[in-house]
Write a protein that binds this ligand. Structure first.
Ligand code: GAR
Length: 208
């Protein structure tokens, strides 16, 4: 059984999708063993507590820089004996020491079809604002491995979602969460836990 550590920073609806999938037996050979938040008092922590999942807070504001924060995160992940680290709405970019310690063992969900609307500054509602500003007719979500390049690691799963005429960033965000993120994140986690994901020359091959 692989130990899954989930990193959060906010409301935690993607964490909830993982918890629900776990309850429904859809995370095969994996268990969420810890939730770590970069902020205190976020609802994601409440969701974990309501489901008897141990939590830790590593408050980004308690650390002077990314290097010291990354070091503390690495220590926490090692203490938790993480086999898989999931960024579920985790809004802090860690330095390369962390992703080098967990090569192809950290996955992130991003609310757009990478390589569109991704990289530094593209997070949360900003992603959907940019998609609407451009006028794309399709957006969606991507689950990918985390590397030192922000949103640049090997792509595991993507799901497209239609943009509609009267969309606001909030409406588009909700549709992308419901139709894409909450589905492909648990699916990718389960595939990983079953050792069904291989990375060859920077590309993911999924054994269905
Ligand atoms: C989600 O849409 C997630 O994809 C996005 O933030 C939201 C967090 O929601 N993540 C990023 O933008 C990371 N670059 P949640 O806390 O309800 O899961």
């Amino acid at each position: 059984m692989k130990k899954i550590v989930v990193l959060v920073s906010g409301g935690g609806t993607n964490l909830q999708a993982l918890i629900d999938a776990q309850k429904n037996g859809q995370i095969i050979n994996g268990k969420i063993t810890c939730v770590i938040s970069s902020k205190p008092d976020v609802y994601a922590l409440t969701r974990a507590e309501q489901n008897q999942i141990p939590t830790r807070v590593l408050n980004r504001k308690d650390y002077p820089d990314i290097a010291s924060y990354s070091k503390a995160m690495l220590t926490a992940l090692q203490q938790e004996q993480a086999d898989l680290v999931v960024y579920a709405g985790f809004m802090t970019i860690l330095d390369e020491t962390v992703c080098h310690a967990y090569p192809n063992q950290m996955i992130n969900v991003h609310p757009a079809l990478i390589p569109s609307f991704c990289g530094k500054g593209f997070y949360g509602l900003h992603v959907h604002e940019a998609a609407l500003k451009k006028g794309v007719k399709l957006s969606g979500a991507t689950v990918h491995f985390v590397t030192e390049v922000c949103d640049g690691g090997p792509i595991i799963l993507q799901q497209a979602v239609e943009v509609q005429n009267k969309d606001t960033p909030e409406i588009l965000q909700k549709r992308i969460m419901e139709q894409a993120e909450w589905k492909i994140l648990p699916k990718a986690v389960s595939l990983f836990c079953q050792d069904k994901i291989r990375v060859v020359d920077g590309h993911v091959i999924v054994e269905e």
